[in-house]
Write a protein that binds this ligand. Structure first.
Ligand code: WT7
Length: 665
């Protein structure tokens, strides 16, 4: 490690947690490092006993007979147990003093607001469950959800869970082609969407995208939430949400499903062109979502928890919906962009400004206490200027979180100083779509932090850093991050491709789960994530496969060949650079570059639009004809390497790892 990064590491902060108000005080769950270590050791000694204790926090209709059945790579958790996920998240709170407590605080991008109590949420989820049942949706049928961040998104998820219909959420920023691929892969029977969603003052035409996606699919019903009142086309398979849900009965008797009943699949990018449908099941997933929310965010009844992730990502599944609601918490839900002002209609005619302070405005007006966001957002806030948070009273905040990519120490320090006012602990949480819940994170009030390190694994989670033979590496040596024991919220399969599941996650390193990340552990046992070691790139916290973008590019008639790499980017973590060889007769000029960037956006979504397109007569290849990505990465990075030191340092190690791993180099 260089002297520069060690000087940052030496800023060992206290990560203090402040006691909650007297009325809500309860014994801290993990109050010190020694307590964390004690809990960790106990879970290591008796993992099944430990997880059984966590699972017992949920509402089970039938107890399990066996905690774990493990035949690598196949795990079954809480075997024989039965539960309904929506009961743990909704019914039990609606039947308690929390009935009139807010479950969801909602603010739309224009500034419209809604507050939904647990009692109301219960009635809405029941209504939606009845409506889906009336349309013929049965347990085991997949339902695709393509909605903006509005309360109906959470209601739709919970209604699907309630009737045992696994949901597949597709982020509203994905194109209709990407939506069609996902609907086709899981053979969804219904789609729940909206006419549109607000994004930076414009309407995202969600219903139009669905219409384009549906040709030749298995979809029988489309339920449409009226959000923007934009014009939409209508066919016989379409129903308005307000026609079918609002008129349905608010009473619904939940059926309990087997612990291993699929709860949802969520598509994420792998190293090939085809996205993977990561499948999660009910009992194990919900156990970990609830346990990690309680432990890492230590939610209390007076908290307002704002995880800024869209429900289209796993973070939104676990920390907007399932985890917090299982704990009876109040969540904040905001529909729009971080740089969109409210409209005058909602500011009582006052000048709404440029909107660069929107998040701080939301935190102040709603009294958000826990704020969980991504490093890419934090870097954007830094760029927009300190005056925006400074103009708001952020004293309600007591805890900050980060997720999605390694956070550079500069951003960490800024977050702590400008947002947390030096009083809020920061939890840097490492996990993946596949892990279902947080695996590595400091615990507020217990783990001293080092800016840029996700610190140590949660109790119950066994992590190691190994070389490609599976041998643990020494302190500060780079290696592959693996999870050595099964955990309840691990993915069960890649939907429809169990073999790919086995080879991707359990075929690389003998006997354990291979995460695809490089990491090192320092002398204090702190884990530093170094980034992906495969052909997955992380753009603004969104996972993309280089091959996915390449196949989109070569599907264009003017393209002969394409190679895509990530290059470090100050704001997004990584930016997409595409090297393209045009077909003979076509010239690689600005016009073609523009055309290709739009082509990719249309195929996958705006988030995959290459930052830069470079034309070349030929791409560098090995004698066996494989494109030398390593070289291209170096070329793409050029002199634009970002200023953040650790990531830069890691880059060298990462290159080596990538070299030894990706054999096409
Ligand atoms: C990849 C998983 C699960 C949250 C959203 C992303 C990277 C995630 C961290 C972190 C360093 C991180 C890893 C991982 N990542 N959190 N705190 N520090 N890297 O989910 O799309 O499944 O991506 O995001 O590279 O493999 P995802």
């Amino acid at each position: 490690m260089s002297s520069k990064s060690s000087s940052i590491e030496s800023v060992l902060t206290e990560n203090r947690s402040f006691p909650p108000p007297e009325a809500f005080a309860k014994a801290a769950r993990v109050g010190s490092l020694a307590e964390y270590e004690g809990l960790y050791a106990r879970a290591e000694r008796d993992p099944e006993g430990f997880w059984a204790e966590q699972a017992a926090e949920l509402a089970w209709a039938r107890p399990w007979s066996q905690v774990l059945e493990w035949k690598l790579p196949d795990a079954r958790w809480f075997v024989g147990g039965a539960l309904n996920a929506s009961v743990s998240c909704v019914d039990r709170h609606a039947a308690s003093w929390r009935k009139n407590k807010a479950a969801i605080l909602f603010e739309g991008e224009p500034g419209d607001t809604r507050v939904i109590t647990y009692g109301q949420l219960h009635r809405e989820v029941c209504r939606a469950a009845n409506a889906l049942t009336a349309l013929g949706i049965r347990a085991g049928d997949f339902v695709a959800i393509y909605l903006p961040m509005i309360p109906e998104a959470a209601i739709a998820m919970l209604a699907c869970a309630r009737i045992g219909a696994p949901h597949t959420i597709v982020f509203g920023g994905f194109s209709s082609e990407a939506l069609a691929d996902r609907i086709g892969d899981c053979k969804a029977k219904a789609v729940i969407t909206a006419d549109g969603g607000w994004r930076r003052g414009a309407i995202v035409p969600l219903k139009d995208n669905v219409d384009h996606a549906l040709a030749g699919t298995t979809v029988e019903h489309v339920i449409v939430v009226e959000r923007c009142k934009n014009q939409v086309a209508w066919t016989s398979r379409d129903r308005w949400w307000h026609d079918v849900v609002d008129t349905a009965s608010p009473a619904h008797e939940p059926v309990a499903f087997d612990s291993e009943h699929p709860l949802f699949s969520l598509y994420t990018s792998g190293t090939t062109g085809k996205p993977k449908g990561i499948l999660h099941t009910t009992g194990g997933y919900l156990t970990c979502a609830a346990y990690t929310t309680k432990l890492v965010f230590d939610l209390r009844d007076d908290d307002v928890f704002w995880c800024t992730a869209d429900i289209g990502w796993v973070t939104g599944h676990s920390y907007v919906v399932y985890g917090p609601l299982a704990n009876g918490a109040t969540v904040m839900m905001y529909e729009g962009a971080p740089n969109a002002p409210r409209t005058r209609a909602f500011t009582s005619g006052r000048d709404p400004g440029a909107g660069l302070d929107r998040f701080w405005d939301v935190i102040e007006r709603w009294g958000v206490t826990v704020f969980y966001t991504a490093p890419t957002a934090i870097r954007a806030f830094m760029k927009w200027g300190d005056q925006h948070p400074a103009a708001h009273d952020l004293s309600s905040l007591r805890l900050l979180g980060s997720v999605g990519e390694p956070i550079n120490p500069e951003a960490w320090m800024w977050y702590r100083k400008e947002i947390g006012g030096d009083r809020c602990p920061i939890v840097d949480t490492w996990w993946q779509t596949e892990t279902g819940s947080i695996m590595i994170s400091p615990l507020p009030g217990a783990t001293p932090t080092k800016p840029g390190s996700a610190t140590r694994p949660l109790p119950g989670i066994s992590i190691d850093i190994v070389n490609k033979d599976g041998v643990p590496v020494g302190p500060n040596q780079g290696g592959f991050l693996v999870i050595t024991r099964p955990w309840p919220s691990m993915l069960r399969t890649i939907y429809g491709d169990h073999e790919r599941f086995r080879t991707t996650y359990f075929g690389e390193i003998e006997g354990c789960y291979f995460a695809g990340d490089g990491a090192r552990r320092d002398a204090d046992g702190y884990i530093w994530i170094m980034g992906r070691v495969d052909d997955v790139i992380n753009v603004a916290g969104h996972r993309l496969s280089t091959m996915e973008v390449e196949s989109a590019l070569v599907s264009h008639p003017k393209v002969a060949e394409a190679a895509v790499v990530g290059r470090p980017d100050d704001l997004k973590g990584q930016a997409i650079v595409a090297f393209v060889t045009p077909r003979s007769g076509f010239i690689g000029d600005d016009a073609l570059a523009k055309e290709l960037r739009e082509h990719v956006a249309k195929h996958i979504g705006a988030l995959a639009r290459p930052e830069e397109i470079r034309f070349a007569d030929a791409l560098p290849k090995t004698r066996s004809g494989k494109i030398m990505r390593r070289l291209l990465r170096e070329v793409a990075s050029g002199s634009t390497a970002r200023g953040d030191t650790t990531t830069l340092e890691d880059q060298g190690v990462l290159e080596k790892l990538a070299q030894s791993f990706a054999h096409d180099d």
